[in-house]
Design a protein around this ligand. Structure first.
Ligand code: DON
Length: 603
């Protein structure tokens, strides 16, 4: 007899009551059902991020009259202070937003580009921001190859050369200028205060810094910033100040992006590069631009619109997966049953195969986006999917392997009082990037160059075996799995914002949050908390979080899947807008120590 969890029983009862119309595809978004976990509720907006202090900063900005963009930017800058393993100034990321009201294209500093990028949807506009790091001009395809033609993993991930031109400050500046309501100085103020006055180190940060001690100890600047004079990270409960970072943030508040890409911070960064193997020069920094781009738009059965990140982000693969899986009646096969997991894993392998071959920076490489996300391609892929047997990766493509690492990225979602939604994912790539900090400027550098294909057929840190299209080239932005995503209701009203860290598992995490919410009918908190699975073609295995039942695993094994138990995957901090009268819901993924902070107490 199969083990039944309490929420599964409740869900089964709801499905039975729902009769012939599948619950997930009623004309509009589901009723809430009694389930294990409950999201927080607010009438004034919610910020869900991976760190409680940073979420509280965002909620405070909403209370001050900021919109979802102001709150997201304030939270991102705060994460650069409170969550140094992934929050950053020295990294990059993506953002997708929907805001009520007219085009913002007339605003100073966001003219023609905004007009071309905005997508009118319902009573508002949607836009995406690409602030992915780019390869320095002096970078070339063989950058990380050693004398024998192999990939020098140390050089690709731990050296100054692993750093791509940071995009975060440009991205946050651009989106705030075009779509925020407050000034940049206003949204930076809380982060500056946290860096200046210090924060009380929580247990999660203390544990993370302790784990990263060997890495941070290798770089003299990181050692003094994060390990103090003692060589030990600040203990839980102690106050930790970051005056250099406060100075850098103040420079950005005063001069905007020029406070980072020009002047003393740029000088310090370039000087550091020249001392080692780094390639970033002044002209790379001064010419870096974040870009407003049209979000990818997918239509799901029932009329829900999915707005997600185009290449080099992960949205193509997400939409491919939704389009393959959507008609397969997963709601009838059951959440995390063997038949459901099998279909998801096989679809993931097909979609990751396309990802690794076709996807890259569309500004330099022709990416067949429209074909890949078409229903015709999804139908063709679905037809290849064998319902009773795993198709080994070797049958689909060639080349294996996985390299373990300690990655980190961070995702936050914001909803404001008017239903404005922001989903943004940023990263240094690994936790604490390459571990190297910019002297005098107080921030860590990314090691995003490893997301390029260092050598075709050779896996990167996430085991992704990528193709020629994603080779290193000057100015190119490396292919990413980051997939900040919004879902709109069939009525055109805003609904859900989600996304996740997790390297190659980001896309499949976002997929499962959407399927759990929309297809399986779980409430937001349960949709996020439910155990997840992942498959990416190579390595030829399905990763399972704890909580997938033994008999399900047995069935999957008999279909030919190699199953691997893994610890928690991703951190899908998510929010949902219910309506003017009903307010909003939010949840921080219980897998990580985040928090969903409300801007106003429920009435
Ligand atoms: O952009 C990417 O796909 C990776 N650099 C993301 C890294 C990541 O999510 C690590 N996190 N947990």
């Amino acid at each position: 007899m199969r083990e039944r969890r309490p929420w599964a029983v409740a869900l089964a009862a709801c499905l039975a009551l729902d009769g012939a119309v599948p619950l997930a595809w009623r004309a509009d978004v589901l009723q809430e059902q009694p389930q294990l976990y409950q999201p927080v509720r607010s009438s004034g907006g919610i910020v869900a991020s991976q760190d409680g202090l940073a979420s509280a900063v965002g909620a405070q900005v909403l209370r001050q009259g900021g919109n979802a963009v102001d709150a997201a930017v304030a939270t991102s800058f705060a994460l650069a202070v409170t969550h140094p393993q992934a929050g950053n100034l020295g990294g990059g990321g993506f953002l997708v937003l929907w805001l009520p009201g007219p085009s913002r294209a007339g605003r100073p500093g966001c003219g023609a580009e905004a007009a071309a990028a905005e997508q009118r949807l319902g009573r508002g506009v949607a836009v995406a921001v690409n602030f992915r790091e780019s390869a320095p001009r002096r970078a070339s395809s063989g950058l990380f190859l050693d004398a024998r033609g192999g990939v020098d993993r140390e050089l690709a991930t731990r050296s100054l050369r692993s750093t791509a031109v940071p995009g975060t400050v440009a991205g946050l500046g651009l989106v705030q200028r075009c779509y925020g309501r407050l000034s940049l100085a206003q949204v930076l103020a809380p982060a500056i205060a946290l860096a200046d006055q210090g924060l009380v180190v929580g247990p999660d940060l203390a544990a993370s810094l302790a784990l990263a001690r060997p890495l941070l100890d290798r770089d003299p600047t990181s050692r003094s910033l994060f390990l103090g004079g003692t060589g030990r990270p600040p203990a839980a409960g102690s106050r930790w100040r970051q005056p250099q970072l406060a100075r850098t943030l103040r420079g950005i508040a005063a001069a905007g992006e020029a406070g980072f890409y020009q002047g003393p911070v740029a000088d310090q960064l370039v000087r550091l590069m020249r001392q080692g193997s780094g390639l970033i020069e002044h002209r790379d920094l001064s010419s870096y631009r974040a870009r407003l781009v049209k979000p990818l738009l997918g239509q799901l059965r029932g009329g829900h619109a999915v707005l997600t990140m185009p290449p080099p982000g992960g949205g193509v693969t997400l939409l491919q997966l939704l389009h393959i899986l959507e008609p397969m009646q997963l709601e009838r096969l059951g959440l995390n049953g063997a038949a459901t997991i099998h279909r998801m894993a096989e679809a993931m392998n097909l979609a990751y195969r396309d990802r690794n071959h076709w996807l890259a920076d569309p500004d330099q490489i022709t990416v067949p986006t429209a074909t890949l996300i078409s229903q015709a391609h999804a139908a063709e892929q679905r037809a290849r999917l064998q319902l009773d047997r795993h198709r080994p990766a070797a049958e689909l493509a060639s080349q294996p392997l996985l390299l373990p690492d300690n990655p980190n990225t961070t995702h936050l979602s914001v909803v404001d009082r008017q239903g404005g939604l922001v989903a943004t994912t940023t990263t240094l790539n690994f936790a604490y990037g390459n571990g190297i900090s910019v002297p005098g400027a107080g921030f860590l550098l990314n090691n995003q160059m490893d997301d390029f294909t260092a050598k075709p057929g050779s896996p990167n840190a996430y085991g992704l075996v990528q193709g020629e299209a994603n080779a290193i080239a000057p100015g190119r932005r490396p292919l990413s799995s980051m997939t900040p995503t919004l879902v709109m209701r069939p009525s055109g009203e805003p609904w859900l914002a989600t996304g996740s860290p997790g390297g190659s598992r980001i896309i499949t995490t976002v997929l499962q949050v959407i399927l759990n919410r929309l297809v399986h009918g779980l409430n937001l908190a349960t949709a996020v908390a439910t155990p997840r699975i992942h498959s990416q073609l190579w390595p030829d295995q399905v990763s399972l979080e704890p909580g997938i039942s033994p008999d399900t695993q047995q069935l999957l094994g008999s279909m030919g899947h190699r199953l691997v138990a893994v610890p928690a995957m991703g951190s899908a901090n998510s929010v949902e807008w219910l309506g003017d009268a009903q307010g909003s819901l939010g949840v921080a993924d219980p897998r990580k120590g985040g928090a969903a902070a409300v801007a106003e107490s429920p009435p």
